[in-house]
Design a protein around this ligand. Structure first.
Ligand SMILES: *[C@@H]1O[C@H](CO)[C@@H](O)[C@H](O)[C@H]1NC(C)=O
Length: 216
């Protein structure tokens, strides 16, 4: 075999060409995959210049579009283009998480104030109650819209923004001059949560169960 190779080095040339061709093809294929990846990325990523319009569009039916846009601009998931269904699925989870985080600030302060006795700090009490209201409905939601928890989310949102209904206390009466630094922080966080509630309420239809199939 060895002598054959040495005597006829050219006999290896076709094999070499075959390897070369395979190599070139595989490079081309991976380059093609990379380009596809890039295309997908640019298709779904919201470019900086598109962002104001994207957020404006998402907030178009919010009661207060400006706070809506401001708070949506802070959500990393919205650096990508979501359709309305994806948006309606995302926001209750963001609300649930932010509510849990803010409750984790408020609840220990409230417990300490109760223990101390005397009059409770007004904003703290108001905001803890408002956070509880939101938390009951929005915390620990299943990843996907279901027929059990989400209809409650829908009616909660509808109730909050029904014409003539009062906003939750922490929104309507906090912060004010009586607030400590911590209470201000908690009230500000609740206002951001309120803006998120406002942002998703126009999409609350997505949370109702599909109508039952009629049987004939
Ligand atoms: C909410 O928190 C959970 C648990 O920490 C996390 O897995 C999830 O990604 C968060 N969702 C959003 C939308 O922030």
């Amino acid at each position: 075999m060895a002598s054959l190779t040495l005597d006829h080095p050219m006999s290896l040339a076709p094999l070499f060409l075959l390897f070369l061709a395979a190599f070139v093809l595989s490079v081309a294929a991976s380059e093609h995959a990379r380009v596809l990846e890039v295309e997908q990325y640019t298709r779904y990523c919201v470019l900086p210049y598109e962002r104001p319009l994207y957020l404006k569009d998402l907030c178009i039916n919010a009661r207060c579009p400006r706070p809506c846009r401001r708070v949506l601009a802070t959500i990393p998931e919205l650096e990508y283009k979501l359709d309305r269904w994806e948006f309606a699925t995302l926001i209750p989870h963001v609300i649930g998480n932010q509510t849990s985080e803010t409750k984790a600030l408020a609840d220990p302060l409230l417990a300490a104030a109760v223990k101390k006795g005397g009059e409770l700090p007004r904003c703290l009490a108001a905001c803890a109650a408002s956070l509880d209201d939101v938390s009951k409905v929005m915390s620990g939601l299943p990843a996907q819209i279901d027929g059990e928890r989400y209809p409650k989310v829908e009616s909660f949102l509808r109730g909050l923004f029904k014409s003539g209904s009062m906003p939750l206390l922490c929104k309507s009466s906090c912060p004010d001059k009586s607030c400590s630094v911590e209470e201000n922080t908690i009230a500000d966080k609740f206002h951001a949560i309120w803006a998120l509630l406002d942002s998703v309420e126009p999409y609350a239809d997505y949370f109702s169960p599909p109508p039952p199939l009629s049987r004939r």
